[in-house]
Design a protein around this ligand. Structure first.
Ligand SMILES: NC(=O)c1ccc[n+]([C@@H]2O[C@H](COP(=O)([O-])OP(=O)(O)OC[C@H]3O[C@@H](n4cnc5c(N)ncnc54)[C@H](OP(=O)(O)O)[C@@H]3O)[C@@H](O)[C@H]2O)c1
Length: 320
């Protein structure tokens, strides 16, 4: 099963064609021919070896865990999909990633692609969409009328978080750099705070969703109500004692999460798309080639992209 990945950890130049052994499709699995793969910061963090402790992969491995494509084969117990169906999905985090010609995925983690979305658009949604659903709905239980403070409203996760929070009826205040102020407003944020010109939020918040971490997280704690939820996908304040004391004083319910894909979350994401409450936000598209993946990683590593980066495999071309 040919894809783009690494034989050893390293910078973007380590990206290469990797050929992993094929295997049989299990009873509850489908084989999907990839047409597009989302690119996420986890891809280059893993490539560099930054995540070795928590995710001890032994390369070779194919990168990418966010995809859209066409079903090529179904397992004997699969009854929701047929060969030829266009789908999008977030596979389990294994060495068989989505920068690939094909992948085998559990049926439960696959949903039909909405007909109005291109493969590129559909592939941009699962990883970030499921992350936001877990953070805002399953952990923070954000409800209508609550005030959300979202750190990083212009990134891959942030652009979808703004849309889902609005769909849930929350009031959304988000931090972005001054250059992204209008961009974040256009995605639906109620109040935009330009962090790079030292603007500060006004009032107090029921929920904090942190996609940035470090000092941005620490600086947000004083703006939370007593008993508020603070969910971080970026390490929070990384065990800073002053921040922990502040969290304790305010009885903040803290949660450093690492998203787990589930059937329920994929179905919820599909519902948001069907109801036109979530639309993809694409920053760059590159071809699904080694050179395209290198450029995509260089773009993502700037931490300045708006929305998502996607690799596109046109006409099921061979990976090279
Ligand atoms: N734990 C999990 O389950 C999980 C899941 C998904 C992602 N993540 C992590 O969450 C983080 C965000 O992911 P992503 O896909 O959204 O990344 P991304 O798309 O690369 O984020 C880029 C955005 O971050 C913004 N940004 C950078 N510094 C900022 C700051 N100090 N304040 C506000 N915004 C800032 C940039 O806006 P400006 O150019 O305006 O600064 C840019 O739009 C990454 O560290 C990723 O690894 C974790």
């Amino acid at each position: 099963m040919k894809g783009i990945g690494i034989n050893e950890y390293g910078d973007h130049r380590a990206l290469t064609v990797v050929d992993l052994p094929d295997r049989e499709v299990g009873a509850n699995e489908v084989r999907i021919s990839l047409r597009a793969s989302g690119v996420n910061p986890i891809d280059w963090k893993l490539r560099e070896g930054y995540l070795k402790e928590g995710l001890p992969f032994d390369p070779p491995l194919v990168l990418g865990w966010d995809g859209a494509g066409v079903i090529k084969e179904v397992g004997k117990s699969v009854d929701t999909f047929q060969v030829g169906d266009a789908v999008f999905f977030r596979p389990e985090l294994t060495e068989y990633g989505t920068y690939a010609e094909e992948i085998i995925v559990e049926e439960a983690l696959v949903q039909p692609k909405h007909k109005d979305l291109s493969f590129v658009e559909a592939a941009s949604l699962p990883l970030v969409g499921l992350t936001v659903i877990e953070a805002l709905m399953e952990i923070a239980a954000l409800t209508s009328g609550q005030r959300l403070l979202l750190l990083g409203g212009s990134g891959g996760v942030g652009t979808i978080a703004v849309q889902i929070a609005k769909a849930l009826g929350a009031h959304v205040t988000t931090t972005v750099s001054e250059k992204n102020r209008e961009f974040a407003k256009a995605r639906g944020a109620d109040t935009v705070i330009a962090y790079d010109i030292n603007e500060k939020p006004e009032g107090e918040f029921d929920v904090l969703f942190d996609t940035v971490g470090g000092s941005a997280y620490a600086g947000a704690i004083p703006f939370l109500k007593t008993g508020a939820s603070a969910v971080s996908i970026a390490g929070g304040a990384s065990q800073n004692d002053d921040v922990s004391n502040n969290e304790e004083k305010k009885q903040i319910k803290t949660n450093n999460m690492f998203m787990q894909p589930t059937k329920k979350k994929m179905a919820q994401l599909r519902t948001f798309v069907d109801q036109k409450q979530v639309s993809p936000v694409i920053s760059h598209t590159h071809p699904m080639t080694v050179d395209g993946a290198k450029q995509a990683h260089l773009d993502s590593e700037t931490i300045r992209t708006r929305g998502k980066i996607v690799l596109e495999r046109e006409n099921e071309e061979e990976i090279k």
